[in-house]
Design a protein around this ligand. Structure first.
Ligand SMILES: [Zn+2]
Length: 297
């Protein structure tokens, strides 16, 4: 099939489209970076020459071969530097492709989530997972919602929060006041759930006192059941609980999966998040991989 001219908008005569031969085949070339023969085309109206990849997201990429393996490595607890070494490219190249893959994953995930509006969910589990940017004194909170039946991640939001406990004083002295953005994170998460979940659905969470108002705000007719969080077990990254029966198992299991498969979330890792943007993008990649390959459809 012949594509339309990418410069169709600038044509003096608009009624000559690709169907009546404004675009003609114009040979092909060998693309060395992925060993493919790529077709070229020429527009007879404006004389513009282009190829199959003109206008696509991967236009002018030089390392197309690493996209798919890098995607799998980043969702399998491999650091960006080690991925660069394994794939034989520079670490800066990995960062560029990391961002590219994240944007693709985000788009695909958005499409997947939009399908829930045809079959809204009646049960949702949600909670927060804690990590930090650059230092433990700058904690981050990752709010996530999970479908308990399929363990698919329904939404994820990253927000900054101030340090707590013994670290609070040191953090205040060293880095100044840090705003607590978790409330906005929960609001964003629940706002995104509105089209995907039935209004009279059941929500399950731990006994965080901040949760009930948020649930009531977006789902006034829903039932919200809370359970006390058990003590973390050593297995399951401290996310799986030492309970005979864990009512929040799907959620805790998902948190453990996040920790085990994103090396920046591993306990006692020396591979830390440097920026919120980086964490968000890495989460986008993992969530896409988790929902596509690690959970049943
Ligand atoms: Zn043209």
């Amino acid at each position: 099939m012949k594509p339309g001219c990418p410069r169709f908008k600038d044509h003096p005569v608009k009624n000559i489209g690709p169907e009546n031969g404004s675009v003609i085949a114009y040979g092909s070339f060998f693309r060395a970076c992925d060993s493919r023969q790529v077709k070229r085309f020429r527009c007879r109206v404006c004389g513009f020459c282009f190829s199959q990849s003109t206008g696509t997201r991967r236009y002018r990429q030089k390392k197309r071969r690493i996209v798919s393996p890098l995607y799998r490595l980043l969702a399998s607890a491999v650091s960006q530097r080690r991925a660069a070494r394994l794939l034989g490219v520079d670490k800066k190249t990995v960062v560029r492709y990391f961002r590219f893959i994240a944007s693709e994953c985000l788009e695909r995930e958005q499409r997947r989530l939009s399908n829930y509006k045809y079959e809204p969910l009646s049960r949702v589990q949600f909670d927060d997972l804690e990590t930090s940017e650059h230092t433990k004194l700058k904690p981050l909170s990752v709010a996530l919602a999970v479908d308990p039946d399929t363990r698919k991640i329904l939404g994820i939001q990253v927000s900054r929060m101030p340090a707590r406990g013994t670290q609070a004083k040191v953090a205040l002295k060293k880095y100044g006041k840090r705003r607590d953005e978790r409330k906005w994170g929960w609001n964003r998460l629940f706002q995104s759930l509105v089209p995907m979940v039935k209004p009279d659905a059941e929500f399950f969470s731990d006994q965080n006192p901040h949760y009930p108002p948020v649930v009531r705000r977006y789902f006034p007719f829903a039932r919200h059941e809370t359970t006390p969080g058990g003590r973390g077990a050593i297995i399951g990254q401290g996310e799986l609980k030492k309970l005979a029966f864990d009512p929040l198992f799907a959620l805790n299991h998902t948190c453990a999966m996040l920790r085990a498969n994103m090396n920046r979330l591993l306990r006692r890792t020396w591979c830390t998040t440097k920026t919120v943007r980086g964490l968000k993008e890495h989460l986008a990649i993992y969530v896409d991989y988790h929902n596509r390959f690690l959970t049943e459809s």
